[in-house]
Design a protein. Structure first.
Lengths: 281, 198
């Protein structure tokens, strides 16, 4: 048996141990990326092998938040894929404007870059006062960072370009204070955001949403888990509610995908089909 | 050598010309899938079109959850790491850059090496950083074949040199010789597998 086969055994044991010890289910994550992340985490925690990481995870409960953060590697930018945000502003917001109250669910919000992006757009559209954003993630540490809204200043230039490309009406600098190495988003942007732990692999519906954003989260899921998450979105959306996915996500393998019709196809914005009764599971 | 089942190629932005030469020289009847990771800015979406014009094999951007196809060149999309799952479907990730790069050659090579092991051929062309060296090492560790463009022949020497230093190579060739060697390695395979077929 070579190192690669041994590796597979160790991965299986790690995933099982994490589930049995802490109740976190990663069995339905796409294996290639998960394996890469587990190896990276083992290196960062100076474990000699995945088994070394498993041992620490089993015996050091305090390590769990660090493990979850490592396995979910929250990565995003403000206004990533600016065209999607522009489409939200120009095509979706005018339709939301007729609602007296708007719920938006950002599923897998990671470090919150897109939550603040969204809040800024809503503010500029005059919709923020009647909007509630639910920002969820399975990682406590990610949520903690998201609520702080502090990011490396080196990102500022790119984000500023993204903001302009997304149709921003002011300057991104108006929404944050920048230090030498860090920038902090104006905490007023957080006033209608609720951060909460929610796991797309195991948790259920918790709100009725007009818009759900879940971008570059499903790409880490198996087809089965992708289908589960999409079912959850279908059941959480209001009639004709909107679902925004990442630019390169493919949901063709999920039977539930039929519940969504393209609204702005290149920007990967979908709308819940209105005749749900006609759509079989 | 074991019969090759797939070819993975890595280069950085200066490598577009090199890729055009290489893809232009492959046999039209090649049965192996070709996976390409070429560093470029997230905005450069036209690489597939550019390469497609010069390639005898169809060039398409890899789509997540879709199968690796024989005789097709699959390109890692700008801004995403490309991986292969053991069921031979593609996966994408937006994990942090590796060697300042996303897509990263190391990420593609390592995942492809796990899947095809000794049946994978890894190719490193011209490039300006060390991405791909660790991936090529992984390919060799699992019994695959490594081809590196001779640094002297490369527009940018850093990438092939780093690959040679870390992983070594089974073939170190000028660019013009790489496609013929790939054709030969893959051709021998189809005949050794099915000697009765011509």
């Amino acid at each position: 048996m070579d190192a690669s086969e041994l590796d597979c055994i160790e991965m299986d044991l790690f995933v099982q141990a994490l589930q049995k010890r802490h109740g976190h289910d990663f069995t339905q994550y796409a294996p290639a990326s998960l394996k890469r992340r587990v190896h990276l985490l083992a290196d960062q925690l100076e474990c000699r092998s995945i088994t070394g990481l498993t041992e620490r995870m089993l015996h050091e409960p305090a390590l769990l938040p660090r493990v979850l953060e490592g396995l979910t590697v929250p990565m995003s930018d403000m206004f990533r894929d600016p065209d999607m945000f522009r489409a939200l502003r120009e095509q979706v917001f005018p339709l939301l404007a007729s609602y007296p109250h708007i719920n938006i669910w950002q599923a897998g919000c990671a470090h919150g870059q897109e939550v603040y992006s969204l809040a800024i757009l809503l503010e500029e559209a005059g919709l923020y006062e009647r909007t509630q954003i639910f920002a969820t993630d399975l990682s406590d540490r990610a949520l903690q960072r998201a609520s702080e809204g502090i990011y490396p200043a080196q990102e500022a230039q790119q984000w500023s370009r993204n903001y302009q490309a997304a149709g921003g009406r002011r300057s991104l600098a108006d929404y944050c204070s920048a230090g030498y190495k860090l920038l902090k988003l104006n905490q007023r942007l957080r006033r209608n955001v609720t951060f909460a732990v929610h796991n797309l692999a195991t948790d259920g519906v918790f709100c009725e949403a007009h818009v759900i954003l879940c971008r570059n989260v499903l790409i880490y899921f198996s087809n089965t888990l992708q289908n589960r998450a999409l079912s959850l979105f279908r059941d959480s959306l209001v009639r004709a509610g909107f679902l925004c996915l990442g630019a390169r996500e493919n949901i063709d393998r999920s039977p539930v995908a039929r519940a969504f019709v393209p609204f702005s196809e290149p920007q990967r914005i979908y709308r819940l089909a209105s005749h749900l009764d006609d759509i079989a599971e | 050598m074991t019969s090759p089942a797939a070819i993975a190629i890595g280069c950085s932005a200066g490598g577009v010309d090199a890729l055009m030469t290489l893809l232009g020289g492959l046999d039209a009847g090649l049965q192996q899938p070709v996976l390409v990771c070429c560093h470029r800015s997230d905005a450069m979406d036209i690489l597939g079109d550019v390469l497609g014009r010069n390639s005898v094999l169809p060039v398409i951007e890899a789509v997540e959850r879709q199968p690796v196809q024989p005789g097709v060149v699959h390109l890692a999309p700008a801004g995403y790491h490309l991986l292969v799952e053991s069921d031979l479907n593609f996966a994408l990730s937006v994990d942090p850059r590796v060697n300042y790069s996303r897509p990263s050659i190391d990420v593609l090579f390592c995942s492809a090496a796990e899947v095809w092991r000794q049946a994978l051929i890894g190719v490193i062309l011209t490039g300006a950083n060390a991405d791909g060296a660790a991936g090529l090492l992984r390919i060799r560790q699992l019994g695959g074949v490594a081809i590196v463009q001779s640094p002297a022949d490369a527009e940018a020497t850093a990438m092939p040199q780093a690959a040679l230093d870390l992983a070594g190579a089974d073939y170190c060739l000028p660019l013009s010789d790489i496609a013929p060697v790939l054709n030969q390695l893959c051709h021998e395979y189809s005949h050794s597998q099915d000697p009765g077929r011509r």
